[in-house]
Design a binder for this molecule. Structure first.
Ligand code: AMP
Ligand code: ZN
Length: 113
């Protein structure tokens, strides 16, 4: 099929799904970089954040609302956590279907490297 995260969203590929609604899905990252590392993914295929149009503004806000809920549920909201959306190869983007990384449960360093 076309895209890894479309496949996960369509349940054609297994993932540890932790949240789902009509617009988005969230699941555990397969290669976690922190004690909490989840991905929030819109069901609609959008390859990179550069492709976001005005009509997607509410969808992007929705991804942040989901991330906030997961951060609270996992107990990292008050301690602090990082939300990351990589865009294109030099950022480290490897899956070309937008996704918000939720990283937490340890101290995050800056600059991120
Ligand atoms: P990025 O590098 O920003 O494109 O992030 C892609 C993320 O997807 C990486 O953190 C990968 O570990 C993660 N990933 C790749 N394949 C899977 C999968 N099948 N299930 C869950 N996470 C995945
Ligand atoms: Zn896709």
């Amino acid at each position: 099929m076309k895209c890894l995260f479309c496949e996960i969203a369509e349940k054609k590929r297994p993932a540890k799904i932790i949240y789902e609604d009509e617009l988005a899905v969230a699941f555990e990252d397969i290669n976690p970089q922190a004690p909490v590392h989840c991905l929030v993914v819109p069901k609609k295929h959008i390859a990179t954040s550069l492709e976001l149009e005005k009509e997607n503004n509410a969808l992007v806000g929705h991804l942040f609302q989901i991330a906030n809920k997961i951060a609270k549920d996992r107990g990292i909201a008050e301690r602090g956590f990082r939300l990351v959306m990589n865009c294109n190869p030099e950022s480290g983007q490897t899956v070309f279907h937008i996704h918000l990384h939720i990283l937490g449960g340890r101290i995050m360093h800056w600059p991120p490297g």
